[in-house]
Design a protein around this ligand. Structure first.
Ligand SMILES: Cc1cc2nc3c(=O)[nH]c(=O)nc-3n(C[C@H](O)[C@H](O)[C@H](O)COP(=O)(O)O)c2cc1C
Ligand SMILES: [Fe+2]
Ligand SMILES: [Fe+2]
Length: 385
């Protein structure tokens, strides 16, 4: 779906040659920077795009405008993946009024210098802006994903412009049936820390009767909205989405990897709903983090390294902490050849997270599995079933 309706047109751009989104996320299916044109007595443009794609966006904008001039530029989110075209837009249309939160206007000069005479309209929670038949109502959405974020709701067509919320990795025309996987990876890695703030804004928009959601990334959502709202409600409340065990391991010589396999078999044989085994050094860590949040149980397995824990596991645990990983049951398996320390380090890191229930059994492997450590691994498996 390119155009939403007669009056709301898509003018965003797909980015299929970006190597890493936000400096760290692989996006094999590309990335969309969404922007829309609302044409009525007054004309509003919602957001711009990343610097990388401003020229393409400008072409889309001019074509859709067909000679008319826009009155407003609505900035829902000032992050550079959406704000790259603001300077160019004001150059093209110096008469335009920029609409954003007061926080966005405070931050804007850090990113760009606009002419002093540029008109600005700061909007607060609940404010409305009439375009004719169409009216935009604004809602602050602080920390979904930055402090200056606003949502807007177009009242006549019941369209919610939801900033980064409901966004996903991948292009605009992505298959909606495949939404959850990349939307979940996007959510937990990019917005995941701010579950409470997402919950707050979901409550604000609940009574509006939203019929279409226009996020800043990924496809427009126009059908089956309960599904998407339900997913966001689950994710933002830190409740596990599915029953299952993620085994996140790392290994230098292969013995911890072997133990991960043995544990997975044990869990599968015992009837665990879903077992996912991920080698941290060879996986997209953002994907492993997504699975950690998706399932209700996790086992972390790592060798000792210079009296600490192997670096990629340390990094994984840091990511989990920073994204507010909580409310899950976790088992710990270490390996070490002379003075194993990994379990202590992993347990410390997990203990700094909220509502983590550690399994009673911690498994310590001395170089390779033997009868004792295999028995301990089986005991751990029992605790996880
Ligand atoms: C650079 C380096 C540092 C290590 N530091 C420790 C250590 O401090 N204490 C220890 O018990 N083992 C240490 N080890 C040994 C491994 O933790 C141990 O051999 C373990 O069994 C490896 O498990 P894997 O077969 O899954 O790779 C170190 C290994 C390497 C390569
Ligand atoms: Fe963002
Ligand atoms: Fe974004």
């Amino acid at each position: 779906m390119k155009n939403l309706s007669e009056n709301i047109q898509y003018i965003g751009v797909d980015d299929t040659d970006i190597d890493l989104f936000e400096g760290q996320y692989v996006v094999p299916a590309g990335m969309a920077y969404n922007s829309f044109l609302i044409q009525d007595e007054k004309i509003a443009v919602t957001d711009t795009v990343d610097f990388r794609k401003v020229a393409d966006w400008e072409a889309n904008l001019e074509k859709a405008l067909a000679g008319r001039k826009p009155d407003y530029l609505i900035i829902h989110h000032l992050e550079p993946d959406h704000a790259g075209g603001i300077t160019r837009f004001v150059e093209l249309y110096p008469e335009v009024t920029i609409v954003a939160s007061a926080k966005a206007f405070a931050m804007l000069p850090q990113f760009m210098e606009l002419p002093a005479e540029t008109k600005k309209l700061a909007v607060k929670d609940g404010d409305t802006l009439s375009l004719g038949m169409h009216t935009l109502q604004f809602f602050t959405a602080p920390m979904v994903h930055w402090p200056e974020v606003i949502f807007s709701f177009e009242q006549s067509e019941k369209v919610l412009f939801s900033a980064d919320a409901f966004g996903k990795f991948g292009v605009y025309d992505a298959d909606p049936d495949d939404w959850a996987c990349e939307a979940r990876r996007y959510y937990f890695n990019i917005v995941g820390k701010y579950g409470a703030q997402v919950q707050a804004v979901l409550k604000k928009v609940a009574p509006l009767g939203v019929q279409t959601i226009c996020p800043l990334h990924g496809p427009v959502l126009a059908e089956n909205l309960e599904y998407y709202l339900g997913k966001y409600n689950t994710w933002s409340s830190y409740v596990p989405e599915d029953k299952g065990v993620l085994i996140a391991f790392t290994s230098i010589y292969g013995h911890t990897a072997k133990a991960a396999e043995v544990l997975a078999k044990e869990l599968e044989t015992a009837g665990v709903e879903k077992v996912v085994v991920s080698d941290l050094a060879r996986s997209d860590m953002a994907e492993v983090l997504e699975d950690a949040f998706r399932y209700d149980r996790m086992v972390v397995m790592a060798p000792t390294y210079d009296a600490g824990v192997f670096p990629v596991m340390e990094e994984f645990l840091n990511h989990l902490k920073s994204k507010n990983y909580s409310n899950r049951k976790v088992g710990v398996v270490e390996n070490g050849s002379w003075a194993p320390m990994a379990a202590k380090k992993m347990t410390e890191a997990l203990s700094a997270m909220k509502k983590i229930t550690l399994c009673e059994t911690t498994v310590s492997i001395k170089s390779a599995l033997n009868a004792d450590s295999t028995a301990a691994l089986k005991q751990l498996a029992k605790e996880l079933v």
